[in-house]
Design a protein around this ligand. Structure first.
Ligand code: GDG
Length: 496
């Protein structure tokens, strides 16, 4: 594989060692992306650099945090980076989640531009960059995931001008005026321009990124797909992330799971079920969704007592005050709507504020007539793709502000701020004929299947000059006795 050897960098690690009463356990954090990238690393035999977050990570790693993984059948190196509690608080919860996340989601009012966050972000980025420089071979490749390491590309480039660096940005890239509110915007852009290739979920985000570069660096030559600065070129391109379609699809055909879904539905004993699952994040539009459901019940009294809305809101970033405040508002609204419409044998909104196991989540996907996935803004949104893959007759109500809507336009597309429009979409969804439902599912599945996780991986890597067919070498979950990999379909606990 030689020059295809990848040094991968992400916040979360692919294998976590945790200490419990029964000793040390190795856990693979479930997650579509981790599950897809692990085989890439096994194939190329490179190094994965990540924050060593497990309680037993230190004692299971060698000097400098290195450990060969998978433990039973070592194929590549995991290099764990040790961070203090304060570093995690200021770089991850602080700069990533209280500066870059809100600004990129156009929630500037939720951002906290603390100098200390920035100082720690720089420090942690320098730590990760130094590790990458140590791990990279001559002519090697560095692939960075997400918003946590914007400064790393430039730092590495300064030390190792010959390496090839790529980054995938998992969230939206906002309009130029919005990004401009970050006091350290120029440093972030300069950092990112250390890359040879930057991937985004949609062409709109590519354009926003390039407009920001133009504004911040008038000396740069910016085209519709690249930036040239001081003789170096950074390409920017859209690569819409997909799910492991085949794995989800086969779960959807699983008889045991289908029976479970049927039992759950029977127990509810109600003609219609609407479903949604999100991390309890202010970007996900949960409050607006409940207001639309309330308006729907108000204007369609014949549906009162006939439809329940199941919302799984998995806990996330609860140390951040804006998240706690939003949770309070959501729960107040659930209480108010239920108080207004509830009957002894019927609950309008069934609200679950916990992470539900994967099998249970898939059963909800199968049993729900409608999924209402209406973020006020979202980089992509994989839930929309998961639902449509598992439910043969499901109706998807999708926000026009989710990256997924760029391709999934056969869904009922709504503006989540328009409560009337969303309420009308609920009515339409509940009254569609079987034929209409199946036609829409068919059209939506076509794009989800075509642009699945492996298409994304192959397209990204090919654009970066690596020709591999990930689909072929990911034929099933290899497993070891103490550190089994999750099934590939098991996209699990979202980053908290
Ligand atoms: C970021 C971007 C982009 C959620 N709750 C439970 C659960 N989940 C799973 C879902 C899905 C995943 O988590 C969430 O994926 P999303 O795409 O919706 O969103 P983010 O977590 O915000 O991720 C986003 C993504 O990165 C990838 O680039 O699409 O736009 O914001 O797979 O199923 N799974 C289980 N229980 C839960 O309670 N089992």
């Amino acid at each position: 594989m030689g020059s295809n050897r990848i040094v991968l960098m992400s916040n979360r690690e692919p294998y976590v060692h945790e200490r419990s009463k029964r000793g040390i356990k190795c856990r693979v954090p479930a997650g579509g992306l981790v599950a897809a990238l692990d085989p890439v690393m096994r194939m190329t035999g490179g190094t994965w650099i990540a924050w060593g977050s497990g309680s037993a990570d230190m004692e299971t790693s060698g000097p400098e945090g290195r450990i060969q993984v998978p433990v039973e059948d070592p194929r590549y190196t995991l290099r764990r980076i040790w961070l203090t509690t304060k570093e995690v608080a200021d770089y991850y919860y602080g700069f990533s989640n209280r500066v870059i996340w809100p600004v990129c989601h156009m929630f500037q009012e939720n951002a906290l531009f603390e100098k200390e966050y920035w100082e720690t972000y720089k420090k942690v980025n320098a730590k990760f960059a130094a590790a990458a420089v140590e791990e990279l071979e001559h002519d090697g490749r560095l692939w960075i995931q997400d918003i946590h390491y914007c400064l790393v590309p430039r730092l590495v480039r300064e030390e190792r001008p010959e390496v090839s660096i790529a980054l995938f940005w998992h969230v939206p890239f906002p309009a130029v005026e919005t990004f401009a509110c970050i006091p350290w915007r120029k440093e972030l852009i300069m950092g990112l321009l250390g890359c040879d290739l930057i991937g985004f979920h949609s062409s709109a985000y590519v354009n926003n990124f390039l407009s920001t570069v133009k504004r911040e660096l008038p000396e740069a030559v910016v085209t519709s797909s690249a930036v040239e600065l001081n003789g170096r070129v950074t390409r920017a391109k859209s690569f819409p992330l997909g799910i492991d379609y085949e794995a989800y699809s086969s779960r959807g055909r699983d008889e045991r799971l289908r029976k479970r879904a049927a039992r759950m539905r029977k127990r509810m004993d109600i003609p219609h079920v609407i479903f949604a699952v999100d991390r309890l994040d202010y970007t996900k539009g949960i409050l607006n969704r409940f207001l639309a459901f309330e308006r729907f019940l108000e204007s369609n009294p014949k549906f009162v007592g006939k439809v329940s809305f199941i919302q799984v809101a998995s806990p996330t970033r609860e140390v951040i005050s804006e998240y706690r405040e939003m949770k309070r508002q959501v729960e107040e609204t659930v209480g108010r709507v239920n108080g207004r419409f509830q009957q002894p044998n019927w609950t309008p909104i069934i609200y679950m504020n916990r992470f539900v196991p994967q099998e249970e989540l898939m059963a909800y996907y199968i049993m729900a007539d409608v999924a209402m996935i209406t973020p006020v803004i979202d980089g992509m949104n994989l839930v929309a793709k998961e639902y449509i893959t598992l439910n043969d007759q499901g109706v998807l109500i999708l926000s026009e502000f989710a990256g997924a809507s760029e391709e999934m336009n056969a869904a009922l597309i709504v503006n989540p701020y328009d409560v009337e429009m969303s309420a009308r979409a609920i009515l339409k969804a509940l009254t569609m004929t079987t034929e209409e439902r199946e036609r829409n599912v068919h059209a939506l599945r076509k794009v989800v299947k075509e642009h699945d996780l492996y298409w994304w991986l192959d397209t990204f890597l090919s654009e970066w000059g690596i020709e591999l067919s990930s689909r072929d070498w990911n034929k099933g979950p290899p497993s070891g006795p103490s550190c089994p990999l999750p099934q590939r379909a098991l996209v699990g606990p979202p980053p908290s």
